[in-house]
Design a protein around this ligand. Structure first.
Ligand code: NAP
Length: 313
């Protein structure tokens, strides 16, 4: 544990370069000294004086030196797509981290996972097989742990809602997967960071799902997004099978816009999670972010944005 009188030390695994990490950094900086493990340099970390440990997590054999003086571990690292080898290696490195944490001073351990997925994906997709294996390792570790499972996240530069808006802006038709009558409750990455900060200070053990403040019907949300772009909604209607096949084709062609498993997950209606309860402020609404993104695409961000300043950066 860190020396008395100084700020507690956090080991951030997965770094501040990703969607969640970019929000975690400003959230924890006022209260923690941060040691951050990931591969690529992040200028915000350098500026903030974060101790960066350049490493591929899958290749870290002994985590004990990195856990020295650490009070809380926050793990964000995962890949959005990859084969078995890729996930086995990353998962193996993270399991060694859990094991090392047990051997040292047993810091509070926060891990970001994903919500329940359709059974076929849970069984057959390396992305999920190794994620769940890691989740179980933590549950059985005896550590003071918390697994936070957010639904789809939104933030400047996100890879879901922001990409959807860009596609709607650019093309005459937007694919509508199945009926569109399933649900999503996007949560801001800044809210996930605040949740992690809160959970770091608690001793409660277990898994918590985290949705944003509003549960939208998907089709209603896409209609609204078209509206923000000043366009009438126009869809290319696809049945469930055709939807997955289209995503698979795009994936096979090398696109990272959407993966077939993400469409299956959406269609299974498992992503409309209830709002996380426990923050001392309301969860961030989605609409100001969408408005800001749409305005940026339309080229008049300065006049049209009414949302919080963070969406204008
Ligand atoms: N985005 C979402 O909508 C969403 C929803 C639910 C749950 N989640 C979960 O939230 C967590 C964070 O997601 P994110 O969207 O922020 O991911 P992200 O943008 O892809 O960021 C992942 C971070 O992990 C690091 N990383 C990946 N592989 C690594 C390796 N082998 N060694 C060292 N560092 C590695 C990357 O840094 P370097 O490239 O510098 O190594 C990057 O900073 C993930 O566990 C994800 O499954 C995300």
């Amino acid at each position: 544990m860190s020396a008395t009188g100084s700020l507690p030390r956090m080991l951030l695994v997965g770094g501040s370069g990703g969607v969640v990490g970019r929000a975690v950094l400003p959230e924890f900086l006022p209260t923690h000294r941060i040691r951050s493990v990931h591969r690529h340099r992040v200028s915000a970390e350098t500026t903030a004086g974060v101790e960066w440990v350049p490493a591929d997590i899958g290749r870290v054999e002994d985590w004990r030196p990195l856990l020295e003086d650490v009070d809380v571990v926050v793990n964000l690292a995962w890949h959005r797509w990859g084969n078995t080898t890729r996930f086995r290696r990353l998962g193996g490195g993270l399991e060694r981290l859990v094991d090392a944490a047990r051997q040292v001073d047993a810091p509070r351990f926060l891990h970001v996972s994903v919500p329940e997925a359709p059974a076929t994906l849970e069984r057959g997709l390396p992305y999920l097989t190794y994620k769940r294996r890691l989740d179980r390792t933590l549950v059985e570790s005896g550590l003071s742990y918390r697994i936070v499972r957010p639904t789809m996240l939104f933030a400047r530069g996100d890879r879901l809602l922001g990409v959807m808006l860009r596609l709607m802006h650019r093309y005459p038709l937007f694919p509508m997967f199945g009926s569109g009558r399933y649900h999503v409750s996007p949560i801001a990455s800044v809210d996930l960071a605040a949740i992690l900060h809160r959970e770091a200070g608690l001793s409660q053990v277990g898994t918590v799902d985290a949705g944003g403040p509003t549960r939208f019907e998907y089709r209603d949300l896409t209609d609204r997004m078209f509206g923000l772009l000043g366009k009438r909604p126009r869809y290319w209607h696809l049945g469930p099978r055709g939807s997955v096949a289209l995503a698979q084709l795009l994936q096979d062609l090398g696109s990272t816009a959407i993966y077939a498993y993400e469409v299956e997950w959406l269609l299974a209606d498992l992503l409309g999670l209830a709002p996380y309860e426990g923050l001392d402020r309301p969860l961030t609404p989605l609409e100001p972010y969408l408005r800001a993104e749409a305005s940026r695409l339309l080229g008049h961000a300065r006049t049209a944005v009414e949302g919080p300043s963070r969406w204008r950066e």
